[in-house]
Design a protein around this ligand. Structure first.
Ligand code: GTP
Length: 601
């Protein structure tokens, strides 16, 4: 194919700013999909995506417009999938920066814009949803012009819904996005997505950077270091369509025949010979958030394992290992890229496998430096080694960027501080028209663990829904984390142990023992509920015994010595029960402590 006729581009935007709707209009105008086949948001293929209106998986598509071949890659807008966004940006020469006219620039618009600028892409700014009565076109244009240092008149104004301005945008793509360049003739392709096909193994979506490839050619994956033979090559039209050959500049797919999806990973380079250059720094997906998944009913353990194994076939970043909990039985500790990834996995288990596991509250992965200088990763309280073996504990930190209107600035800053955020700087998105309508961009460093609490909800609430947030991993930093043990009737209950910040330990301990007192049913004897930090009890409650009126039987006779005898017997009995006593904690009690509502946005 003549690469001077190819234009590769993507759309970057904040969630719900209209990417998928715009992609639909492109498909319609270019007649890639016949009008009668057009369902809303064709590129969002998964059911969940369609229902929740979020893009999870990238779906590339080839369209023809005025003799040009336009390859569009639809990118996920959410932070959890930042790495995928950056890989798809490496496959294109241009990016449409799509901004909702009713919302203006949001945190993810900025984050994705930075990625696109770093990748050296041509940026085509577009204001969407101009058909809405509350569209603030002038103000949004002003913000974009200031941000990109361009003239307002060069910004496209469209309605992805009605189609206004979309044709002109397609023309601009041809004019402004440069055709792909090839460095030499040696074959190299970048993998930006992959999925599992039951019959043919892993199918990799690729951008051919140089050279060409066809069915029957031998290939070499530089990251995974495996060889194989290409079974088929093709393009996305938008359905897969096999072609004879893929050449430099094209976007398409390779059927690899590989049976394990984790061997064909996003970011890897496909070459023809061993030892060939690698296109970009390949990054392993790094799970940052962990949660226990336990079968909800008896005998569901195998079902859960099978379903997770099947899910992993189409999601290389999902990792899991068996875990055993005293309270919840045999389950799995599952690792995710972030909270949305967790939420999606939960949904997919429910829809695709009809499984609704019990999910424990998510926690982050800590790195522990031991006294013998070994470094280990700890994904939950149960894995923490005894204190005397630990030299230092490190926790993941993120860079947070929050955009919010000036009037909420004070509220937002107080909130982030409460959540241990460390302020870095404040900038402004200038609307030019009126200084008061400027919006602030706040930058903070903060522990990832705080985002797992109810930070999103709080941020939305203190800003009346106007603040938006984006974060990315910064580094591991030293922290003061301790294991908080819970004792019930003097016995440590391993499943209730949690990792807490030392300076919050008292507060957390009190909250937990109080809650336990409410949910554990009273026993025949008094039960001590205690929280212990490093062997020292820091909070305690007593659950009083159920009283049985032993005097009832003796009530008719007035013999005092008999009454005293009965009471003493009861006392002795209770003491014995307390000494031998085992408190069975009902599963609901565990559940209300170990699990909580997971919120992502
Ligand atoms: P993610 O996939 O979650 O990142 O969202 P998205 O950017 O793909 O947004 P999507 O296309 O799903 O649009 C979000 C909502 O905005 C949908 O309800 C669309 O119908 C609506 N929408 C998109 N473009 C327009 C527009 O130009 N005008 C109006 N009125 N609504 C629009």
């Amino acid at each position: 194919m003549d690469s001077s006729l190819i234009r590769n581009f993507c759309i970057i935007a904040h969630i719900d700013h209209g990417k998928s709707t715009l992609a639909d209009r492109f498909l319609e105008l270019t007649e890639t999909v016949a009008k009668r086949e057009m369902k809303e948001q064709v590129l969002d293929q998964m059911d969940i995506e369609r229902e929740r209106g979020i893009t999870i998986k990238l779906t590339p598509v080839l369209m023809k417009w005025q003799n040009y071949y336009l390859n569009l890659i639809d990118t996920p807008g959410h932070v959890d999938f930042n790495y995928e966004v950056s890989r798809s940006l490496a496959c294109v020469e241009g990016a449409i920066l799509l901004v909702d006219a009713t919302q203006g620039i949001q945190a993810q618009t900025l984050a994705n814009l930075h990625l696109a600028q770093n990748a050296g892409l041509v940026i085509i700014p577009v204001i969407n949803k101009i058909d809405l009565p509350n569209a603030q076109i002038e103000q949004t244009a002003e913000e974009i012009a200031n941000l990109l240092n361009i003239n307002k008149s060069t910004i496209h104004q469209i309605s992805a819904k009605t189609g206004t301005g979309v044709k002109e945008l397609l023309n601009s793509i041809i004019k402004l996005v440069p055709p792909p360049k090839s460095i030499n003739n040696q074959f190299a392709a970048l993998i930006f997505d992959s999925h599992y096909d039951e019959w043919r193994g892993v199918v990799a979506s690729v951008r051919i950077m140089s050279g060409s490839i066809k069915a029957g050619d031998k290939y070499w994956l530089t990251g995974s270091k495996i060889t194989g033979e290409v079974l088929e090559v093709g393009i996305y039209n938008p359905k897969s369509q096999s072609v004879k050959e893929l050449t430099s500049g094209q976007i398409g797919y390779l059927v690899t025949g590989v049976k394990k999806i984790e061997l064909v990973r996003v970011g890897d380079t496909v070459a023809k010979e061993q030892g060939q250059r690698v296109l970009a720094g390949y990054q392993e997906p790094k799970p940052m958030v962990f949660a226990g998944f336990y079968p909800a009913g008896r005998g569901e353990s195998k079902n859960l394992r099978d379903s997770l194994t099947k899910l992993k076939l189409n999601d290389a970043s999902l990792i899991f290992e068996p875990e055993n909990s005293q309270a919840l039985g045999f389950g799995f500790r599952v690792g995710f890229l972030g909270l949305l990834h967790l939420e999606i996995t939960k949904e997919r288990l429910k829809r695709e496998f009809a499984i609704q596991p019990v999910i424990t509250s998510p926690s982050v992965a800590y790195q522990i430096e031991l006294n013998d200088n070994q470094r280990i990763t700890v994904k939950g309280a149960a894995e923490l080694p005894p204190e005397y073996k630990i030299k230092k504990i490190y926790e993941p930190y993120v860079i947070m960027e929050i955009i919010c209107p000036q009037i909420y600035l004070g509220n937002v800053m107080t909130l982030v501080q409460e959540y241990r955020g460390v302020w870095q700087n404040t900038n402004y998105l200038s609307a030019g028209v009126n200084k008061k309508s400027d919006r602030a961009i706040l930058k903070y460093y903060a522990p990832l663990s705080t985002l797992l609490l109810d930070f999103y909800d709080q941020l939305k609430s203190v800003s009346q829904g106007y603040a938006s947030l984006n974060y990315e991993f910064l580094e591991y930093r030293p922290c003061c984390i301790k294991k908080l043990d819970i004792l019930i009737a003097d016995e440590i209950v391993e499943s209730l142990a949690t990792l807490v910040y030392e300076d919050e330990a008292y507060f957390r301990a009190r909250a937990i023992v109080t809650k336990l007192k409410e949910i554990i049913p009273r026993q025949m004897f008094e039960v001590k509920i205690q929280a212990s930090l490093g062997g020292k009890i820091i909070a305690a409650e007593r659950l009083s015994a159920m009283r049985k009126d032993v005097l009832k039987r003796a009530s008719s006779g007035g013999d005092v010595t008999r009454k005293i005898k009965l009471l003493q017997k009861q006392k002795r009995g209770k003491k014995r029960m307390r000494e031998q006593g085992h408190v069975t904690i009902p599963q609901e009690a565990y559940l209300s402590l170990l699990t909580k509502q997971i919120k992502t946005e």
